[in-house]
Design a binder for this molecule. Structure first.
Ligand code: NDP
Ligand code: GDR
Length: 375
C-alpha cells in the first residue's frame, strides 16, 4: 500500500486530495494544527476510528513552523509521497502577518525537504510543493507571446504571500537539482469549490448571494471588481497534484484553465444562478449593483434593491490585476483534462451555498444564533 502525507489536510485542497488518495487505496496521513475548537469540518467524513485494524486515514498534530515535529512525523510515516499544501494562504492577510507567512509558507517548505534529506528518504519520498500563480504578480510584460503565463514566464510577486511562496518554489527546485530528489512545483492558478474558505472572493460571493436571496443578509461589500482570475475547480486540480508525482521525471507544472474572468462577472453569474439579474452602476469605489429582475418566485427580493457596494478596506496595498495560465505542457505531457468549466463551478458553489444557507435560515427561525461574520 502506498503511503502519503498531506500538510494542510484540513484545508480545501487537502480534503479533496485525501479523498482522492483514499479512493486510490493509499494510507493517508495528515498534519493537523492544534486549535481550541475541532477544525476538521472538511475531513470529518473521512475520519476513521484509530482502533480499527485497517485504519487508512490518520491525523498527526503538527505545524510547519516546527521542524522537529515534522521530522518525527515523516520518520513515523515513511511516506512514498508528501503533498505540502499547508500555508497561510490568504494574500490580503499576508500583508498583516508577513513574518509568520515567511516562516510557514517559505521556511516550512525547507523544513519538509530537509527532513526528508536528513532521514535518508530522498530516493523513496516524492514531494509536491503547492506553488502558485501569485508568483507571476500579473505583470503584463511577463506573459508569453500567446498572452499567458507559463512555466518559463518570469516571476514578480506582489505580496508577502507571493514572496514567501517564491522561496518555497526555488528551494524545491534547488533540492531537486542539488540532491536529485523527486520534488516538484505545481504552479496552480486559482481553484475554488463549495469547500473554499469563506473569505476568498468566490466563496464570499456565492455565500452572500445565497444569503441575500434568502433574506439573511442585506448586501455584500467587495474590493476590486476589475481583478481578473483564471478560476478552476479544486477537484480537478488535486487530481493534477497526484499526476505530477506519478510523472516519469520531477518537473514544475502550470495548472490552469486558460480563461480569465473579472470579479464583477463572477458576481453576475452567481446571482444569475438564483434567477436574479443585476445592474451595475458607477465606477471605482462608487460602483454598486442593484436588482434588475428576479425570475425566481422562491425569493422575495425587491427590484431596485442595492445588493453590492465597494469597500476600499478590501483593496490590497499591491494588487495582482490579471492572471491567466497556459496549461499546454500539463495537457500534452500529463493528459490534463478538467471536468469543470466556470459555469459548472459557479453552479456547484451556488447549489451548495443555497443548501447551507437554507439550513442557517431554519436555525435562525428556531431561535439559534447563526454565523454573521463577514470579512
Ligand atoms: P486553505 O487555506 O484552504 O488551507 C490551508 C491549510 O494549511 C489548512 O489546512 C491550514 O490549517 C494549514 N496551515 C496553515 N498554517 C499552517 C501551519 N503553520 N502549519 C501547518 N499547517 C498550516 O488553502 P487551499 O487548500 O486553498 O490551498 C492549499 C495550498 O495550495 C496552499 O499552500 C495554498 O497557498 C496553495 N495554493 C492554493 C490555490 C487556490 O486557489 N486554492 C492556488 C495556488 C496555490 P488550518 O485548517 O488549521 O487553518
Ligand atoms: P487570490 O484570491 O488573492 O487570487 O489568492 P482571492 O479570492 O482572495 O482574491 C481574488 C481577487 O479578488 C479581489 N477581491 C477580493 N478578494 C477578497 N478575498 N475579498 C474581497 O472582498 C474582494 N474583492 C475583490 C482581490 O483583490 C483579488 O484580486 C488565491 C489564494 O488561494 C492563494 O493562496 C493562491 O495562491 C492564489 O489564489 C492563486
Amino acid at each position: 500500500m502506498k503511503v502519503a502525507l498531506i500538510t494542510g489536510i484540513t484545508g480545501q485542497d487537502g480534503s479533496y486530495l485525501a479523498e482522492l488518495l483514499l479512493e486510490k487505496g493509499y494510507m493517508v496521513h495528515g498534519v493537523k494544527r492544534r486549535s481550541s475548537l475541532f477544525n476538521t469540518d472538511r475531513i470529518d467524513h473521512l475520519y476513521q476510528d484509530p482502533h480499527h485494524p485497517k485504519q487508512r486515514f490518520k491525523l498527526h498534530y503538527g505545524d510547519l513552523t516546527d521542524s522537529m515535529n515534522l521530522t518525527r512525523i515523516i520518520e513515523e510515516c515513511q511516506p512514498d509521497e508528501i503533498y505540502n499544501l499547508g500555508a497561510m494562504s490568504h494574500v490580503k492577510v499576508s500583508f498583516d502577518t508577513p513574518e509568520y507567512v515567511g516562516n510557514v509558507d517559505g521556511l516550512g517548505t525547507l523544513r519538509i525537504l530537509e527532513a526528508v534529506r536528513l532521514l535518508g528518504l530522498e530516493k523513496k519520498t516524492r514531494i509536491y510543493q503547492a506553488s502558485t500563480s501569485e508568483l507571476y504578480g500579473g505583470l503584463a510584460e511577463n506573459k508569453n507571446e500567446r498572452g499567458f503565463y507559463d512555466e518559463n514566464s518570469p516571476f514578480y510577486p506582489r505580496s508577502p504571500y507571493g514572496v514567501a511562496k517564491i522561496y518555497g518554489f526555488w528551494i524545491t527546485k534547488n533540492y531537486r537539482e542539488a540532491y536529485n530528489m523527486f520534488a516538484c512545483n505545481g504552479i496552480l492558478f486559482n481553484h475554488e469549490s463549495p469547500r473554499r474558505g469563506e473569505t476568498f472572493v468566490t466563496r464570499k460571493i456565492t455565500r452572500a448571494t445565497a444569503r441575500i436571496a434568502l433574506g439573511l443578509q442585506d448586501k455584500v461589500y467587495l474590493g476590486n471588481l476589475d481583478a481578473k482570475r483564471d478560476w478552476g475547480h479544486a477537484k480537478d486540480y488535486v487530481r493534477m497534484m497526484w499526476m505530477i508525482l506519478q510523472a516519469e521525471t520531477p518537473e514544475d507544472w502550470v495548472i490552469a484553465t486558460g480563461e480569465t474572468t473579472t470579479v464583477r462577472e463572477f458576481v453576475r453569474m452567481s446571482f444569475a444562478e438564483v434567477g436574479v439579474e443585476l445592474e451595475f452602476k458607477g465606477k471605482g469605489v462608487d460602483e454598486k449593483a442593484f436588482v434588475k429582475k428576479c425570475n425566481n418566485p422562491e425569493y422575495q427580493i425587491e427590484i431596485g434593491k442595492e445588493v453590492l457596494s465597494v469597500d476600499p478596506t478590501y483593496f490590497r496595498p499591491t494588487e495582482v490585476d490579471l492572471l491567466i495560465g497556459d496549461p499546454t505542457k500539463a495537457k500534452e505531457k500529463l493528459g490534463w483534462v478538467p471536468e469543470y468549466n466556470l459555469n459548472a463551478l459557479v453552479k456547484d458553489m451556488m447549489t451548495s451555498d443555497v443548501k447551507l444557507m437554507k439550513k442557517d435560515q431554519y436555525l435562525k427561525d428556531g431561535g439559534y444564533t447563526i454565523l454573521n461574520y463577514f470579512e
